[in-house]
Design a protein around this ligand. Structure first.
Ligand SMILES: NC(=O)c1ccc[n+]([C@@H]2O[C@H](COP(=O)([O-])OP(=O)(O)OC[C@H]3O[C@@H](n4cnc5c(N)ncnc54)[C@H](OP(=O)(O)O)[C@@H]3O)[C@@H](O)[C@H]2O)c1
Length: 443
């Protein structure tokens, strides 16, 4: 691995692609024989630092259409938090299910799971039939792994019945020194970004892009108002940028004055601090409080000068969904991709049907959408929201912070990269965009 890293550091693409691949590599994993380790604890008490291991694992064989990438950096996504606390179910269930589908997929069904759904790195081997990428290419990877043997996925690959999230529902993820991906997960690394900056955006940026911009999502348009929950978090920090970049007014919801300040730094003006306002949408475990929905709606109108949100960007789920349905504009859209606070949502359906609102379910993004989202970063229109970076050995700590909602934007992980700041090829563009790139770095 040392020789591969040396060649990458010397920016010698041909050399990096021609070197022998080691039989094993360092990776962040969870173990199948530990899935019950948190038995009896609440979600909050389950500590990723206990379940995430850093260890040497065997290098997988390379199948047709696949690529082996030397990973310079990865990032923490909330799916790694879910994997590390074994909720809502251990991800070994996905690996076992996948393993049953073909002899090639059987490689993924192992007693350990290499996690991680983002990477920036260098292609070191391509499998049979891969023509679009070659060893030495600087790449980022999006996380949708599709088989595409079924007709359903050929209009939108997210509809393929064999669509999986790489590093969550498949093995050999990006929080490791090597990663195995399908060639159609690769995209060009933005040349003005460092490895860790480049690795920060893929999953959340693509998800937010489909949710808000794509015709598969809410079809946001100039002049719209969008309510964004968790606006300084992983998804929300990209949703806020996409809104501002698209001529849209974001109403950003956050839970501290520091997070509000970060939203202002992105250019947002309308901000609600849900903690300071002490919104309590639920009176107890079973009942919501419509008075609080109304108070929240009135606050939004006060900020917007009377407008209700054309789109509500949803992901907290149970805790906020009733309020989201209530405050959306007549004819508006609630677009949801997650349920962090609980997946059994309830809302008053009268507000939905009588006001002709729509709820759209959205999940990650297809290759085209991920590519378009990445292109916005390549062109310097959307910026990584990296706030902090850990070495691979401290992946557990990094995931712990995201689990505890103690982070801003994205948390990065250095895999092969020995230090931060490497991998930039377009220094001129970087210089021009530096203050935007660093917005989340100096809270
Ligand atoms: N389906 C998909 O493809 C997909 C893709 C990416 C992520 N996700 C899911 O989306 C969720 C968020 O991911 P993320 O990367 O944005 O995570 P994140 O970085 O933790 O950000 C989420 C933000 O949501 C806010 N939040 C958390 N709990 C809340 C609550 N009870 N009420 C209101 N706001 C709350 C927090 O902001 P404040 O405290 O500042 O309000 C937090 O910063 C996770 O469940 C993740 O698994 C799904």
């Amino acid at each position: 691995m040392r020789k591969i890293l040396d060649a990458i550091m010397a920016d010698d693409a041909a050399e990096a692609g021609g070197l022998p691949i080691p039989d094993s590599y360092r990776a962040a994993t969870v173990h199948a024989d530990e899935v019950d380790m948190f038995h009896g604890l609440t979600s909050e008490e389950k500590d990723p630092r206990r379940s995430l291991h850093i260890e040497e694992v065997p290098t997988p064989s390379l199948g047709p259409g696949e690529v082996l990438v030397a990973v310079m950096a990865g990032s923490i996504n909330y799916n790694t938090v879910w994997t590390s606390i074994f909720e809502p179910l251990p991800t070994f269930v996905f690996l076992q299910r996948y393993g049953k589908t073909s002899p090639l997929a059987r490689r993924h069904d192992l007693p350990y799971h290499v996690v991680g759904s983002d990477l920036a790195g260098v292609v070191v081997r391509v499998g049979e039939g891969v023509n679009a990428w070659r060893p030495g290419d600087h790449v980022v990877a999006h996380c949708s792994s599709v088989e595409l043997e079924h007709p359903d996925g050929h209009g939108d690959t997210m509809l393929d019945p064999e669509q999986r999230i790489w590093g969550f529902e498949t093995n050999f993820g990006g929080l490791a020194e090597l990663a195995l991906v399908k060639a159609n997960q690769l995209m060009p690394k933005p040349a003005h970004l460092t490895w860790e900056e480049a690795a920060a955006s893929g999953l959340v940026n693509s998800t937010a892009y489909r949710q808000l911009v794509s015709r598969n999502g809410a079809r946001m348009k100039q002049g719209d108002t969008v309510l964004i929950w968790g606006a300084s978090g992983g998804l929300g920090s990209y949703a806020t940028q996409l809104a501002l970049n698209g001529g849209v007014t974001p109403v950003c919801v956050v839970s501290s004055s520091e997070k509000a300040e970060i939203c202002r730094r992105m250019g947002a003006e309308l901000i609600i601090d849900r903690k300071a306002e002490d919104y309590r949408f639920w009176t107890d475990e079973h009942a919501q409080n419509p008075k609080e929905w109304r108070r929240f709606g009135a606050h939004i109108r006060e900020l917007t000068g009377g407008d209700d949100p054309d789109i509500v960007f949803e992901h907290p789920g149970r805790e906020t969904f009733g309020a989201s349905v209530f405050v959306a504009k007549r004819g508006g859209t609630i677009v949801t991709c997650a349920s962090t606070s609980g997946f059994e949502h309830s809302y008053d359906n009268r507000y939905l049907w009588m006001n002709l609102k729509r709820i759209i379910g959205s999940h990650f993004a297809n290759y085209r959408e991920a590519w378009e989202a990445n292109r916005l970063i390549v062109r310097g229109k959307i910026h990584p929201t990296l706030s902090k970076v850990y070495p691979l050995s401290e992946t557990g700590q990094a995931a712990h912070e995201v689990h505890g909602n103690a982070h801003q934007g994205k948390v990065g992980v250095l895999c092969l990269a020995p230090v931060e700041g490497l991998g930039v090829r377009d220094h001129e563009l970087r210089e021009r965009l530096l203050s935007q790139i660093n917005r989340f770095r100096h809270p």
